[in-house]
Design a protein around this ligand. Sequence first.
Ligand SMILES: [Ca+2]
Ligand SMILES: [Ca+2]
Ligand SMILES: [Ca+2]
Length: 608
Amino acid sequence: MVLLCFTSTPAQIPSVTKVDPPSWWTKHSINPVRLLVRGSNLRGAKVRSLNPELRVSEVSVNQRGTYLFLNVEIDPSLRPGRYPFLVESPTGSTMIPFIINEPLDPVTHFQGITTDDVIYLIMIDRFSDGDPSNDAPKDSPPEANDRSNPRSFHGGDLRGVINELPYLKHLGVTAIWLTPWYDNWNGVNRCDKPWCPNTYYHGYHAVDYYAVEDRFGDLATLRELVQKAHSLGIKIIQDQVANHVGSQHPWLKDPPLATWFHGTLAQHQLNKFRNSALLSPHSNQQDFRNTLDGWFSDDLPDMNQEEPEVARYEIQNSLWWVGITGIDGIRQDTIQYLPRSFIRDLSQALHRQYPKLWMVGEVFERDAAQTAFFIGGHTGWDGIDTKLDSVFDFALWNASLLVFTNKAPMHFLPHQLKYDALYPDPSKVTVLANNHDTTRFLSLDGATLPGAMMHLAFVLSVRGIPQLYAGEEIAMEGKDDPDNRRDFPSAAFKAEGRDAKQRQMFDWTHAWIGMRREHAALRSGKLIDLFVDDETYVFARQLGAETVIVALNREKKSKDISVPVGSIGVKDGVTLQSLIGDGASGRVVNGEARLTLAPQTAIAFGIN
Ligand SMILES: [Ca+2]
Ligand SMILES: [Ca+2]
Ligand SMILES: [Ca+2]
Protein backbone atom coordinates (compact mmCIF):
# COMPACT_ATOMS: atom_id res chain seq x y z
CA MET A 1 0.00 0.00 0.00
CA VAL A 2 2.83 2.38 0.81
CA LEU A 3 4.31 1.81 -2.63
CA LEU A 4 1.23 3.31 -4.28
CA CYS A 5 2.08 6.69 -2.79
CA PHE A 6 5.38 6.73 -4.68
CA THR A 7 3.66 6.14 -8.00
CA SER A 8 2.19 9.65 -7.70
CA THR A 9 5.06 11.45 -9.46
CA PRO A 10 5.09 15.27 -9.91
CA ALA A 11 4.22 14.80 -13.60
CA GLN A 12 0.72 13.72 -12.61
CA ILE A 13 -0.08 16.88 -10.68
CA PRO A 14 -2.78 18.82 -12.55
CA SER A 15 -1.68 21.92 -14.40
CA VAL A 16 -3.49 24.70 -16.30
CA THR A 17 -1.83 26.38 -19.29
CA LYS A 18 -4.69 28.30 -20.95
CA VAL A 19 -8.20 29.60 -20.24
CA ASP A 20 -10.66 30.61 -22.99
CA PRO A 21 -12.08 33.16 -22.40
CA PRO A 22 -9.52 34.54 -19.92
CA SER A 23 -12.01 37.18 -18.72
CA TRP A 24 -15.68 38.16 -18.83
CA TRP A 25 -18.09 40.78 -17.54
CA THR A 26 -20.82 41.10 -14.95
CA LYS A 27 -24.40 41.75 -16.14
CA HIS A 28 -23.55 40.23 -19.51
CA SER A 29 -26.24 38.66 -21.69
CA ILE A 30 -24.14 35.47 -21.70
CA ASN A 31 -24.27 34.23 -18.11
CA PRO A 32 -23.14 31.66 -17.22
CA VAL A 33 -20.06 31.87 -19.42
CA ARG A 34 -18.48 28.53 -20.36
CA LEU A 35 -14.71 28.25 -19.93
CA LEU A 36 -12.47 25.90 -21.87
CA VAL A 37 -9.35 25.17 -19.83
CA ARG A 38 -6.27 23.53 -21.34
CA GLY A 39 -3.83 21.70 -19.11
CA SER A 40 -2.70 18.26 -18.09
CA ASN A 41 -3.70 15.62 -15.56
CA LEU A 42 -7.15 17.12 -15.25
CA ARG A 43 -8.91 13.74 -15.14
CA GLY A 44 -11.08 13.51 -12.07
CA ALA A 45 -10.57 17.21 -11.32
CA LYS A 46 -13.09 19.18 -9.32
CA VAL A 47 -13.30 22.95 -9.68
CA ARG A 48 -14.17 25.18 -6.75
CA SER A 49 -14.94 28.87 -6.75
CA LEU A 50 -13.19 30.84 -4.01
CA ASN A 51 -15.85 33.54 -4.17
CA PRO A 52 -19.58 33.07 -3.55
CA GLU A 53 -20.39 35.55 -6.35
CA LEU A 54 -18.98 33.10 -8.94
CA ARG A 55 -20.77 29.77 -9.14
CA VAL A 56 -19.23 26.80 -10.95
CA SER A 57 -21.29 24.06 -12.57
CA GLU A 58 -21.35 21.51 -15.40
CA VAL A 59 -17.67 20.63 -15.20
CA SER A 60 -16.55 18.07 -17.74
CA VAL A 61 -13.08 16.77 -18.61
CA ASN A 62 -12.04 15.13 -21.87
CA GLN A 63 -10.78 11.55 -21.91
CA ARG A 64 -7.10 12.45 -21.99
CA GLY A 65 -7.46 14.87 -19.10
CA THR A 66 -6.11 17.73 -21.21
CA TYR A 67 -9.25 19.87 -21.44
CA LEU A 68 -11.80 20.87 -18.89
CA PHE A 69 -15.07 22.70 -19.55
CA LEU A 70 -16.93 24.56 -16.83
CA ASN A 71 -19.82 26.98 -16.47
CA VAL A 72 -19.26 30.11 -14.44
CA GLU A 73 -22.31 32.04 -13.32
CA ILE A 74 -21.40 35.59 -12.41
CA ASP A 75 -23.38 37.48 -9.78
CA PRO A 76 -24.35 40.99 -10.99
CA SER A 77 -22.91 42.51 -7.81
CA LEU A 78 -19.38 41.24 -8.50
CA ARG A 79 -16.72 43.96 -8.89
CA PRO A 80 -14.04 43.86 -11.63
CA GLY A 81 -10.91 42.04 -10.51
CA ARG A 82 -9.05 38.73 -10.47
CA TYR A 83 -11.00 35.68 -9.34
CA PRO A 84 -9.08 32.43 -9.73
CA PHE A 85 -10.74 29.04 -9.34
CA LEU A 86 -9.24 26.11 -7.46
CA VAL A 87 -8.74 22.84 -9.33
CA GLU A 88 -8.36 19.74 -7.19
CA SER A 89 -7.74 16.24 -8.44
CA PRO A 90 -6.74 13.03 -6.62
CA THR A 91 -3.11 13.88 -7.46
CA GLY A 92 -2.90 17.54 -6.48
CA SER A 93 -4.27 21.00 -7.05
CA THR A 94 -3.74 24.11 -9.17
CA MET A 95 -5.52 27.36 -10.08
CA ILE A 96 -7.52 28.60 -13.08
CA PRO A 97 -6.86 32.33 -13.48
CA PHE A 98 -9.96 34.38 -14.39
CA ILE A 99 -10.69 38.10 -14.60
CA ILE A 100 -13.86 40.19 -14.40
CA ASN A 101 -13.35 43.20 -16.69
CA GLU A 102 -14.41 46.79 -16.33
CA PRO A 103 -16.97 47.24 -19.17
CA LEU A 104 -16.33 49.75 -21.96
CA ASP A 105 -18.75 52.63 -22.45
CA PRO A 106 -21.49 51.58 -24.93
CA VAL A 107 -22.06 55.23 -25.90
CA THR A 108 -18.66 55.47 -27.59
CA HIS A 109 -18.11 51.82 -28.57
CA PHE A 110 -19.98 49.05 -30.40
CA GLN A 111 -21.52 51.60 -32.79
CA GLY A 112 -22.18 49.43 -35.84
CA ILE A 113 -21.87 50.46 -39.49
CA THR A 114 -24.47 52.26 -41.60
CA THR A 115 -24.70 53.84 -45.05
CA ASP A 116 -23.18 56.95 -43.44
CA ASP A 117 -19.88 55.05 -43.33
CA VAL A 118 -17.13 54.44 -45.86
CA ILE A 119 -15.15 51.28 -45.03
CA TYR A 120 -11.42 50.96 -45.79
CA LEU A 121 -9.82 47.50 -45.82
CA ILE A 122 -6.29 47.25 -44.45
CA MET A 123 -4.13 44.14 -44.62
CA ILE A 124 -2.18 44.73 -41.42
CA ASP A 125 1.09 43.12 -42.56
CA ARG A 126 1.23 45.23 -45.73
CA PHE A 127 0.12 48.71 -44.65
CA SER A 128 2.63 50.35 -42.35
CA ASP A 129 5.45 49.13 -40.11
CA GLY A 130 5.24 51.24 -36.96
CA ASP A 131 7.32 48.95 -34.76
CA PRO A 132 10.38 47.24 -36.28
CA SER A 133 11.05 45.46 -32.96
CA ASN A 134 8.26 42.94 -33.68
CA ASP A 135 9.31 42.15 -37.27
CA ALA A 136 11.29 38.97 -36.50
CA PRO A 137 10.02 37.02 -33.47
CA LYS A 138 12.63 34.73 -31.92
CA ASP A 139 10.90 31.55 -33.14
CA SER A 140 10.61 32.73 -36.77
CA PRO A 141 13.06 31.47 -39.42
CA PRO A 142 14.65 34.19 -41.63
CA GLU A 143 12.58 33.15 -44.70
CA ALA A 144 9.41 34.01 -42.76
CA ASN A 145 10.55 37.64 -42.61
CA ASP A 146 11.83 38.03 -46.17
CA ARG A 147 10.21 41.17 -47.52
CA SER A 148 11.19 40.24 -51.08
CA ASN A 149 8.89 37.19 -50.83
CA PRO A 150 5.25 38.21 -51.40
CA ARG A 151 4.19 35.29 -49.18
CA SER A 152 6.34 36.20 -46.17
CA PHE A 153 5.72 38.66 -43.36
CA HIS A 154 6.59 42.23 -44.32
CA GLY A 155 6.54 43.95 -40.92
CA GLY A 156 3.27 45.92 -40.97
CA ASP A 157 1.54 46.17 -37.60
CA LEU A 158 -1.10 47.83 -35.43
CA ARG A 159 1.29 50.64 -34.47
CA GLY A 160 1.62 51.41 -38.16
CA VAL A 161 -2.16 51.72 -38.48
CA ILE A 162 -2.24 54.03 -35.43
CA ASN A 163 0.48 56.18 -37.03
CA GLU A 164 -1.52 56.56 -40.24
CA LEU A 165 -4.90 57.36 -38.67
CA PRO A 166 -4.48 61.05 -39.65
CA TYR A 167 -4.02 59.94 -43.29
CA LEU A 168 -7.25 57.92 -43.12
CA LYS A 169 -9.09 60.75 -41.41
CA HIS A 170 -7.97 63.13 -44.18
CA LEU A 171 -9.01 60.65 -46.88
CA GLY A 172 -12.43 60.68 -45.26
CA VAL A 173 -13.06 57.01 -44.55
CA THR A 174 -15.04 56.36 -41.36
CA ALA A 175 -14.39 52.68 -40.67
CA ILE A 176 -11.36 50.41 -40.96
CA TRP A 177 -11.71 46.70 -41.64
CA LEU A 178 -8.49 45.05 -40.49
CA THR A 179 -7.52 41.57 -41.73
CA PRO A 180 -7.47 39.02 -38.86
CA TRP A 181 -5.34 39.89 -35.87
CA TYR A 182 -5.56 36.47 -34.20
CA ASP A 183 -2.20 34.95 -33.42
CA ASN A 184 -0.94 32.88 -36.36
CA TRP A 185 2.01 30.50 -36.62
CA ASN A 186 5.40 32.21 -36.82
CA GLY A 187 7.00 29.48 -38.93
CA VAL A 188 7.33 28.98 -42.65
CA ASN A 189 5.94 26.28 -44.95
CA ARG A 190 8.51 24.74 -47.27
CA CYS A 191 7.68 22.70 -50.37
CA ASP A 192 8.85 22.36 -53.97
CA LYS A 193 5.85 24.29 -55.36
CA PRO A 194 5.91 27.88 -56.65
CA TRP A 195 3.91 29.06 -53.61
CA CYS A 196 6.64 28.02 -51.16
CA PRO A 197 8.13 29.16 -48.91
CA ASN A 198 4.99 30.75 -47.50
CA THR A 199 3.65 32.09 -44.21
CA TYR A 200 0.31 33.07 -42.67
CA TYR A 201 1.04 36.83 -42.85
CA HIS A 202 -2.63 37.35 -43.87
CA GLY A 203 -3.91 36.07 -40.52
CA TYR A 204 -6.53 33.56 -41.65
CA HIS A 205 -4.86 30.57 -39.93
CA ALA A 206 -5.42 31.23 -36.22
CA VAL A 207 -3.47 29.21 -33.68
CA ASP A 208 -5.10 31.05 -30.79
CA TYR A 209 -8.59 32.57 -31.02
CA TYR A 210 -7.85 34.68 -27.93
CA ALA A 211 -4.44 36.20 -28.72
CA VAL A 212 -3.16 39.03 -30.91
CA GLU A 213 -0.54 38.14 -33.53
CA ASP A 214 2.81 38.92 -31.92
CA ARG A 215 4.14 40.55 -35.09
CA PHE A 216 1.19 42.95 -35.15
CA GLY A 217 1.43 44.03 -31.51
CA ASP A 218 -0.53 43.07 -28.42
CA LEU A 219 -3.96 43.55 -26.87
CA ALA A 220 -2.95 46.89 -25.29
CA THR A 221 -1.87 48.25 -28.70
CA LEU A 222 -5.09 46.99 -30.27
CA ARG A 223 -7.15 48.73 -27.59
CA GLU A 224 -5.11 51.89 -28.12
CA LEU A 225 -5.84 51.69 -31.85
CA VAL A 226 -9.60 51.40 -31.24
CA GLN A 227 -9.57 54.31 -28.77
CA LYS A 228 -7.53 56.59 -31.06
CA ALA A 229 -9.61 55.69 -34.12
CA HIS A 230 -12.83 56.37 -32.21
CA SER A 231 -11.54 59.74 -31.05
CA LEU A 232 -11.14 60.65 -34.74
CA GLY A 233 -14.61 59.37 -35.65
CA ILE A 234 -13.26 56.20 -37.26
CA LYS A 235 -14.83 52.83 -36.44
CA ILE A 236 -13.04 49.49 -36.34
CA ILE A 237 -14.18 46.22 -37.95
CA GLN A 238 -12.57 42.92 -36.93
CA ASP A 239 -12.11 40.11 -39.45
CA GLN A 240 -13.37 37.02 -37.64
CA VAL A 241 -12.94 33.47 -38.93
CA ALA A 242 -15.32 31.05 -37.24
CA ASN A 243 -15.23 28.52 -40.09
CA HIS A 244 -11.67 27.28 -39.63
CA VAL A 245 -8.39 27.58 -37.75
CA GLY A 246 -4.80 27.04 -38.84
CA SER A 247 -3.43 23.52 -39.03
CA GLN A 248 -0.71 24.49 -36.51
CA HIS A 249 -3.36 25.13 -33.86
CA PRO A 250 -2.66 22.94 -30.77
CA TRP A 251 -6.22 21.58 -31.11
CA LEU A 252 -5.13 19.52 -34.13
CA LYS A 253 -2.79 17.36 -32.04
CA ASP A 254 -5.17 17.28 -29.09
CA PRO A 255 -8.77 18.38 -29.77
CA PRO A 256 -10.90 19.27 -26.73
CA LEU A 257 -13.52 16.83 -28.05
CA ALA A 258 -13.54 14.20 -30.79
CA THR A 259 -16.34 16.23 -32.43
CA TRP A 260 -14.43 19.55 -32.33
CA PHE A 261 -13.53 19.46 -36.05
CA HIS A 262 -14.99 17.88 -39.16
CA GLY A 263 -12.36 15.15 -39.37
CA THR A 264 -8.67 15.22 -38.51
CA LEU A 265 -5.46 16.36 -40.20
CA ALA A 266 -4.99 12.80 -41.46
CA GLN A 267 -8.60 12.19 -42.47
CA HIS A 268 -10.97 14.87 -43.73
CA GLN A 269 -12.82 15.82 -46.87
CA LEU A 270 -11.83 18.88 -48.89
CA ASN A 271 -14.51 21.42 -49.74
CA LYS A 272 -15.43 21.01 -53.42
CA PHE A 273 -16.96 24.49 -53.32
CA ARG A 274 -20.24 23.38 -54.86
CA ASN A 275 -21.64 26.49 -53.25
CA SER A 276 -24.99 26.38 -55.01
CA ALA A 277 -25.70 23.28 -52.86
CA LEU A 278 -26.03 25.71 -49.95
CA LEU A 279 -28.71 27.74 -51.77
CA SER A 280 -30.74 25.17 -53.65
CA PRO A 281 -33.64 23.41 -51.91
CA HIS A 282 -32.92 20.51 -54.30
CA SER A 283 -29.27 19.75 -53.47
CA ASN A 284 -28.35 16.29 -52.25
CA GLN A 285 -27.02 15.74 -48.72
CA GLN A 286 -23.57 14.67 -49.92
CA ASP A 287 -22.91 17.94 -51.75
CA PHE A 288 -24.56 19.96 -49.00
CA ARG A 289 -22.52 18.38 -46.20
CA ASN A 290 -19.30 18.55 -48.22
CA THR A 291 -19.71 22.28 -48.72
CA LEU A 292 -20.42 22.87 -45.02
CA ASP A 293 -18.00 20.33 -43.53
CA GLY A 294 -15.21 20.07 -46.12
CA TRP A 295 -11.94 21.79 -45.28
CA PHE A 296 -11.27 25.03 -47.16
CA SER A 297 -7.78 23.60 -47.75
CA ASP A 298 -5.68 20.86 -46.16
CA ASP A 299 -4.21 23.41 -43.76
CA LEU A 300 -7.55 24.97 -42.73
CA PRO A 301 -9.31 22.52 -40.38
CA ASP A 302 -13.07 23.03 -40.42
CA MET A 303 -14.71 23.75 -37.06
CA ASN A 304 -17.88 21.80 -36.24
CA GLN A 305 -20.46 24.37 -35.12
CA GLU A 306 -23.09 21.63 -34.87
CA GLU A 307 -21.20 20.44 -31.78
CA PRO A 308 -22.85 22.68 -29.12
CA GLU A 309 -19.54 23.17 -27.26
CA VAL A 310 -17.95 24.55 -30.44
CA ALA A 311 -20.89 26.87 -31.17
CA ARG A 312 -20.80 28.16 -27.61
CA TYR A 313 -17.01 28.60 -27.70
CA GLU A 314 -17.11 30.57 -30.96
CA ILE A 315 -20.06 32.78 -30.02
CA GLN A 316 -18.38 33.70 -26.73
CA ASN A 317 -15.10 34.33 -28.59
CA SER A 318 -16.82 36.71 -31.00
CA LEU A 319 -18.43 38.65 -28.16
CA TRP A 320 -15.23 38.67 -26.10
CA TRP A 321 -13.33 40.55 -28.83
CA VAL A 322 -16.12 43.10 -29.13
CA GLY A 323 -16.28 43.62 -25.37
CA ILE A 324 -12.54 43.74 -24.72
CA THR A 325 -11.66 46.11 -27.59
CA GLY A 326 -14.80 48.21 -28.16
CA ILE A 327 -14.96 47.53 -31.91
CA ASP A 328 -18.00 48.45 -33.97
CA GLY A 329 -18.32 45.69 -36.53
CA ILE A 330 -17.26 42.27 -37.70
CA ARG A 331 -16.46 40.91 -41.13
CA GLN A 332 -17.10 37.16 -41.01
CA ASP A 333 -14.85 35.19 -43.34
CA THR A 334 -16.29 32.47 -45.68
CA ILE A 335 -19.61 32.73 -43.87
CA GLN A 336 -21.61 30.48 -46.17
CA TYR A 337 -19.59 27.46 -45.01
CA LEU A 338 -21.06 27.93 -41.52
CA PRO A 339 -24.46 26.36 -40.77
CA ARG A 340 -27.16 28.99 -41.24
CA SER A 341 -28.55 28.21 -37.79
CA PHE A 342 -25.12 29.11 -36.36
CA ILE A 343 -25.00 32.40 -38.33
CA ARG A 344 -28.39 33.21 -36.82
CA ASP A 345 -27.34 32.28 -33.28
CA LEU A 346 -24.13 34.31 -33.56
CA SER A 347 -25.96 37.35 -35.00
CA GLN A 348 -28.59 37.19 -32.28
CA ALA A 349 -26.00 36.86 -29.51
CA LEU A 350 -24.13 39.90 -30.85
CA HIS A 351 -27.27 42.01 -31.12
CA ARG A 352 -28.55 40.93 -27.72
CA GLN A 353 -25.45 42.33 -26.02
CA TYR A 354 -24.59 45.11 -28.48
CA PRO A 355 -27.79 46.25 -30.25
CA LYS A 356 -25.98 48.42 -32.86
CA LEU A 357 -23.16 45.99 -33.60
CA TRP A 358 -22.90 45.05 -37.27
CA MET A 359 -21.63 41.95 -39.04
CA VAL A 360 -21.00 41.58 -42.76
CA GLY A 361 -20.59 38.11 -44.22
CA GLU A 362 -18.30 37.10 -47.04
CA VAL A 363 -20.51 35.15 -49.45
CA PHE A 364 -18.14 35.31 -52.40
CA GLU A 365 -20.69 34.79 -55.18
CA ARG A 366 -21.41 36.81 -58.29
CA ASP A 367 -25.03 35.62 -58.13
CA ALA A 368 -27.23 37.97 -56.10
CA ALA A 369 -29.64 35.12 -55.35
CA GLN A 370 -26.93 33.46 -53.27
CA THR A 371 -25.77 36.59 -51.41
CA ALA A 372 -29.38 37.63 -50.75
CA PHE A 373 -30.14 34.17 -49.32
CA PHE A 374 -27.60 34.79 -46.56
CA ILE A 375 -28.51 38.34 -45.53
CA GLY A 376 -30.87 38.68 -42.57
CA GLY A 377 -34.33 40.17 -42.55
CA HIS A 378 -36.11 37.36 -44.36
CA THR A 379 -36.69 33.67 -43.86
CA GLY A 380 -35.19 31.22 -46.33
CA TRP A 381 -36.82 28.04 -47.59
CA ASP A 382 -35.07 26.28 -44.69
CA GLY A 383 -37.10 28.31 -42.20
CA ILE A 384 -34.03 30.28 -41.06
CA ASP A 385 -33.53 34.05 -40.92
CA THR A 386 -29.77 34.45 -40.42
CA LYS A 387 -30.28 37.95 -38.90
CA LEU A 388 -27.01 38.80 -40.66
CA ASP A 389 -26.70 42.59 -41.02
CA SER A 390 -24.93 42.72 -44.37
CA VAL A 391 -23.29 40.79 -47.18
CA PHE A 392 -20.74 41.99 -49.73
CA ASP A 393 -22.31 42.77 -53.09
CA PHE A 394 -19.98 40.73 -55.29
CA ALA A 395 -22.53 40.71 -58.10
CA LEU A 396 -22.53 44.48 -58.49
CA TRP A 397 -18.76 44.63 -58.00
CA ASN A 398 -18.36 42.17 -60.84
CA ALA A 399 -20.76 44.14 -63.07
CA SER A 400 -18.89 47.37 -62.37
CA LEU A 401 -15.51 45.82 -63.22
CA LEU A 402 -16.90 44.50 -66.52
CA VAL A 403 -18.54 47.81 -67.43
CA PHE A 404 -15.60 50.07 -66.57
CA THR A 405 -13.09 47.86 -68.36
CA ASN A 406 -15.37 47.98 -71.43
CA LYS A 407 -16.31 44.30 -71.40
CA ALA A 408 -20.00 44.88 -70.86
CA PRO A 409 -22.32 47.72 -71.92
CA MET A 410 -23.27 50.35 -69.38
CA HIS A 411 -26.81 49.02 -69.06
CA PHE A 412 -25.30 45.99 -67.33
CA LEU A 413 -25.29 48.14 -64.16
CA PRO A 414 -29.07 48.78 -63.89
CA HIS A 415 -29.56 45.21 -65.20
CA GLN A 416 -27.67 43.93 -62.16
CA LEU A 417 -29.32 46.40 -59.79
CA LYS A 418 -32.79 45.11 -60.69
CA TYR A 419 -31.93 41.99 -58.64
CA ASP A 420 -32.09 44.19 -55.57
CA ALA A 421 -35.64 42.82 -55.62
CA LEU A 422 -34.13 39.76 -53.90
CA TYR A 423 -32.97 41.72 -50.85
CA PRO A 424 -35.30 42.64 -47.98
CA ASP A 425 -33.42 45.99 -47.86
CA PRO A 426 -30.81 46.53 -50.58
CA SER A 427 -29.38 49.59 -48.82
CA LYS A 428 -27.88 47.17 -46.28
CA VAL A 429 -25.44 45.51 -48.68
CA THR A 430 -21.74 46.35 -48.59
CA VAL A 431 -20.49 47.49 -51.98
CA LEU A 432 -16.86 46.52 -52.37
CA ALA A 433 -14.60 48.37 -54.77
CA ASN A 434 -12.16 45.48 -54.46
CA ASN A 435 -10.54 43.43 -51.73
CA HIS A 436 -7.38 41.53 -50.89
CA ASP A 437 -8.58 38.43 -52.77
CA THR A 438 -9.28 40.15 -56.09
CA THR A 439 -7.13 41.57 -58.87
CA ARG A 440 -6.69 45.29 -58.40
CA PHE A 441 -8.74 47.34 -60.87
CA LEU A 442 -5.75 48.79 -62.70
CA SER A 443 -4.32 45.32 -63.34
CA LEU A 444 -7.45 44.04 -65.05
CA ASP A 445 -7.41 43.60 -68.84
CA GLY A 446 -8.78 46.76 -70.42
CA ALA A 447 -8.30 48.90 -67.30
CA THR A 448 -7.53 52.60 -67.59
CA LEU A 449 -7.21 55.32 -64.97
CA PRO A 450 -10.52 56.96 -66.09
CA GLY A 451 -12.16 53.53 -65.82
CA ALA A 452 -10.83 53.08 -62.28
CA MET A 453 -12.09 56.55 -61.37
CA MET A 454 -15.60 55.84 -62.71
CA HIS A 455 -15.65 52.49 -60.87
CA LEU A 456 -14.77 54.20 -57.61
CA ALA A 457 -17.31 57.00 -58.15
CA PHE A 458 -19.99 54.37 -58.82
CA VAL A 459 -19.13 52.43 -55.64
CA LEU A 460 -19.28 55.68 -53.64
CA SER A 461 -22.62 56.82 -55.06
CA VAL A 462 -24.73 53.69 -55.57
CA ARG A 463 -26.98 52.36 -52.73
CA GLY A 464 -25.36 50.44 -49.89
CA ILE A 465 -22.27 50.81 -47.72
CA PRO A 466 -19.11 51.43 -49.77
CA GLN A 467 -15.93 49.51 -49.01
CA LEU A 468 -12.55 50.46 -50.46
CA TYR A 469 -9.32 48.47 -50.33
CA ALA A 470 -6.13 50.21 -49.18
CA GLY A 471 -4.18 51.40 -52.19
CA GLU A 472 -7.15 51.85 -54.54
CA GLU A 473 -7.07 55.55 -53.63
CA ILE A 474 -3.53 55.87 -54.99
CA ALA A 475 -4.12 53.75 -58.10
CA MET A 476 -2.08 50.75 -56.93
CA GLU A 477 -1.73 47.82 -59.28
CA GLY A 478 -1.54 44.12 -58.50
CA LYS A 479 -2.70 40.91 -60.11
CA ASP A 480 -3.96 37.85 -58.26
CA ASP A 481 -3.09 37.01 -54.65
CA PRO A 482 -0.42 37.72 -53.43
CA ASP A 483 0.45 40.39 -56.04
CA ASN A 484 -2.66 42.34 -54.96
CA ARG A 485 -1.15 42.56 -51.47
CA ARG A 486 1.94 44.66 -52.22
CA ASP A 487 3.25 46.92 -49.46
CA PHE A 488 1.51 50.28 -49.33
CA PRO A 489 4.12 52.81 -50.52
CA SER A 490 4.71 54.80 -47.34
CA ALA A 491 5.72 57.97 -49.25
CA ALA A 492 2.12 58.23 -50.48
CA PHE A 493 0.80 58.82 -46.95
CA LYS A 494 1.94 62.43 -47.45
CA ALA A 495 0.61 64.65 -50.27
CA GLU A 496 4.13 65.69 -51.29
CA GLY A 497 5.13 62.03 -51.66
CA ARG A 498 2.47 61.21 -54.28
CA ASP A 499 3.29 61.13 -57.98
CA ALA A 500 0.89 62.62 -60.54
CA LYS A 501 -1.19 59.47 -60.99
CA GLN A 502 -1.40 58.80 -57.25
CA ARG A 503 -2.40 62.41 -56.65
CA GLN A 504 -5.11 62.32 -59.31
CA MET A 505 -6.69 59.19 -57.85
CA PHE A 506 -6.32 60.32 -54.25
CA ASP A 507 -7.89 63.72 -54.92
CA TRP A 508 -10.76 62.06 -56.82
CA THR A 509 -11.43 59.55 -54.02
CA HIS A 510 -11.20 62.30 -51.40
CA ALA A 511 -13.65 64.45 -53.36
CA TRP A 512 -16.28 61.71 -53.81
CA ILE A 513 -16.06 60.67 -50.16
CA GLY A 514 -16.41 64.33 -49.19
CA MET A 515 -19.44 64.76 -51.44
CA ARG A 516 -21.02 61.67 -49.93
CA ARG A 517 -20.45 63.14 -46.47
CA GLU A 518 -22.11 66.43 -47.50
CA HIS A 519 -25.21 64.93 -49.15
CA ALA A 520 -27.48 62.64 -47.19
CA ALA A 521 -29.25 61.67 -50.43
CA LEU A 522 -26.02 60.06 -51.68
CA ARG A 523 -25.73 58.05 -48.48
CA SER A 524 -29.26 56.89 -47.96
CA GLY A 525 -31.49 58.20 -50.73
CA LYS A 526 -33.68 56.06 -52.93
CA LEU A 527 -31.94 55.04 -56.15
CA ILE A 528 -33.92 55.82 -59.33
CA ASP A 529 -32.76 54.96 -62.87
CA LEU A 530 -33.08 57.96 -65.21
CA PHE A 531 -31.17 57.23 -68.40
CA VAL A 532 -29.15 54.35 -69.77
CA ASP A 533 -27.61 53.27 -73.07
CA ASP A 534 -24.52 51.26 -73.99
CA GLU A 535 -22.12 53.98 -72.88
CA THR A 536 -23.92 56.09 -70.29
CA TYR A 537 -25.87 55.56 -67.06
CA VAL A 538 -27.62 58.29 -65.10
CA PHE A 539 -29.40 57.71 -61.81
CA ALA A 540 -30.80 59.80 -58.99
CA ARG A 541 -30.39 59.40 -55.25
CA GLN A 542 -33.35 61.07 -53.59
CA LEU A 543 -34.04 61.63 -49.90
CA GLY A 544 -36.88 63.92 -48.86
CA ALA A 545 -36.36 67.26 -50.59
CA GLU A 546 -32.78 66.48 -51.62
CA THR A 547 -31.90 65.00 -55.02
CA VAL A 548 -28.44 64.21 -56.31
CA ILE A 549 -28.05 63.00 -59.89
CA VAL A 550 -25.04 60.87 -60.80
CA ALA A 551 -24.00 60.51 -64.44
CA LEU A 552 -21.40 58.01 -65.65
CA ASN A 553 -20.24 58.46 -69.24
CA ARG A 554 -17.55 56.14 -70.55
CA GLU A 555 -17.59 57.44 -74.14
CA LYS A 556 -14.32 58.90 -75.36
CA LYS A 557 -16.11 62.09 -76.41
CA SER A 558 -18.47 64.44 -74.65
CA LYS A 559 -22.12 63.56 -74.95
CA ASP A 560 -25.40 65.50 -74.95
CA ILE A 561 -28.32 63.76 -73.29
CA SER A 562 -31.80 64.60 -72.08
CA VAL A 563 -32.61 63.32 -68.62
CA PRO A 564 -36.31 63.03 -67.64
CA VAL A 565 -36.00 64.62 -64.21
CA GLY A 566 -39.65 65.71 -64.21
CA SER A 567 -40.43 62.09 -63.36
CA ILE A 568 -38.71 62.51 -59.99
CA GLY A 569 -40.36 65.82 -59.18
CA VAL A 570 -37.67 68.22 -60.42
CA LYS A 571 -39.46 71.34 -61.63
CA ASP A 572 -39.01 73.24 -64.89
CA GLY A 573 -36.75 76.26 -64.62
CA VAL A 574 -34.37 74.86 -62.00
CA THR A 575 -30.73 74.19 -62.79
CA LEU A 576 -28.73 71.02 -62.33
CA GLN A 577 -25.31 72.15 -61.12
CA SER A 578 -22.29 69.89 -60.91
CA LEU A 579 -21.09 69.18 -57.38
CA ILE A 580 -17.86 67.73 -58.67
CA GLY A 581 -16.02 67.88 -61.96
CA ASP A 582 -15.91 70.49 -64.68
CA GLY A 583 -18.69 72.89 -63.67
CA ALA A 584 -21.27 71.43 -66.06
CA SER A 585 -24.88 72.47 -65.59
CA GLY A 586 -28.25 72.16 -67.29
CA ARG A 587 -31.65 73.84 -67.02
CA VAL A 588 -34.81 71.80 -66.78
CA VAL A 589 -37.25 72.48 -69.62
CA ASN A 590 -40.46 70.50 -70.21
CA GLY A 591 -39.46 68.01 -67.53
CA GLU A 592 -36.09 67.28 -69.11
CA ALA A 593 -32.57 68.37 -68.20
CA ARG A 594 -30.23 68.88 -71.16
CA LEU A 595 -26.79 67.85 -69.99
CA THR A 596 -23.43 67.78 -71.71
CA LEU A 597 -21.37 65.01 -70.12
CA ALA A 598 -17.59 65.19 -70.34
CA PRO A 599 -15.86 62.12 -71.81
CA GLN A 600 -14.89 59.13 -69.65
CA THR A 601 -15.84 60.45 -66.27
CA ALA A 602 -18.42 60.49 -63.51
CA ILE A 603 -20.21 63.62 -62.43
CA ALA A 604 -22.72 64.38 -59.70
CA PHE A 605 -25.30 67.16 -59.94
CA GLY A 606 -27.17 68.95 -57.23
CA ILE A 607 -30.33 70.93 -57.90
CA ASN A 608 -30.39 74.72 -57.51
CA1 LIG B 1 6.55 45.70 -37.37
CA1 LIG C 1 2.38 34.58 -34.30
CA1 LIG D 1 -17.56 24.72 -42.35
